[in-house]
Design a protein around this ligand. Structure first.
Ligand code: HSE
Length: 310
């Protein structure tokens, strides 16, 4: 039986000002899936970690994404998935997206690459919907494409991979869970025109900064006047984390996805290490348990790392 191993990277959605439209992939952490094709229309999920996620396909992110793909297949086939998640659910670094993106890229590989990348993003958004109640693609697109991506439109999907300069990413994850569905619920439904103008100035500036590899412009554009003021209340020590990171030399940063993780971008590794130290000392002082990752932007997206026979 053909068996493959898939690595699906963590991602940072929004990149501060680009709510639901910008995202980037990380080299660490990543989830691991082992997948096999089955000779009947079924989805078998085996969890190899301690997260106790549901195994019924319709309640599970893998199932949501695969069922969307299988609706477009006539074949009498199914999939077995052995999942080892290293990206903690509810951490804000794209745990559900890694499951959804990983499983559709793996399934497509087992099907000899029948579907395009845009199709795969579309299928994976159904998995994201199981977890967060919304079909946003700003974690899924960078997870599948790698690098930094812009979702110009969700329906129809229009995904633009962006050029970007070398970037180091420091991510701190306070050990508490924020459900994306809750973090979306608390957002304002209407915004002021003056705030919208500030926000789209920053989004355009950030995209231009990535494309031109202009670190100063990236730093100037990493501001969010719409979402951060509401969601930052859910994150202990948020203002202090941000202030100390900028003082340590970070270009800027903010809430990763819907939180509670907070990320900072730096130009070089030495600065990213200083930022890591600054973030650690904030949480050590206020007594919050945390995990911290110092990593870089992943350029390849979901990887099928071996394709052997069982
Ligand atoms: N754009 C989404 C949100 C990402 O901020 O709700 C969730 O990871």
């Amino acid at each position: 039986m053909k068996q493959i191993t898939v690595h699906a990277p963590a991602t940072v959605a929004n990149i501060v000002c680009g709510f639901d439209v910008l995202g980037l992939a990380l080299n660490n952490p990543y989830d691991k899936l082992v997948m096999r094709l089955l000779p009947e229309k079924t989805i078998r999920i085996i969890n190899k970690d301690n997260f106790m996620l549901p195994v019924e396909p319709e309640k599970n992110v893998f199932g949501g994404a695969l069922l969307a793909m299988m609706r477009e297949l006539d074949d009498n086939i199914g999939f077995e998935i052995e999942s080892t998640k290293n990206i903690m659910p509810g951490s804000g670094i794209g745990s559900s997206a890694a499951s959804a993106a990983g499983v559709v890229v793996g399934a497509n590989h087992l099907l000899n690459n029948r579907f395009s990348k845009t199709d795969l993003v579309r299928f994976a958004t159904y998995g994201e919907q199981v977890a967060s109640g919304a079909r946003h693609a700003d974690n899924i697109a960078p997870c599948i494409y790698g690098g930094v991506t812009l979702i110009r439109s969700n329906d129809p999907l229009d995904i633009i991979p962006l050029n970007f300069p070398p970037l180091f990413v420091t991510v701190i994850h306070p050990q508490l869970e924020v459900k994306t569905s809750d973090a979306r619920q608390i957002l304002k439904k209407q915004i002021l025109l003056k705030d919208a103008i500030t926000q789209w100035g920053n989004v355009a500036g950030l995209v231009a900064g990535f494309m031109k590899e202009d670190y100063e412009l990236i730093g100037r554009s990493l501001h969010d006047v719409l979402i951060e003021p509401v969601r930052s209340m859910l994150i202990p020590g948020f203002d202090e984390l941000k202030k100390r990171s900028i003082e340590a030399g970070a270009l800027g940063g903010g809430i990763s996805g819907s939180g509670p993780s907070v990320f900072m971008l730096s130009k070089d590794e030495a600065t990213a290490k200083k930022v890591e130290q600054a973030m650690r000392s904030v949480y050590e002082k206020i007594g919050v348990d945390f995990h911290i990752h110092l990593t870089t932007v992943n350029k390849s997206g979901v990887d099928v790392i071996n394709a052997g026979q069982k």
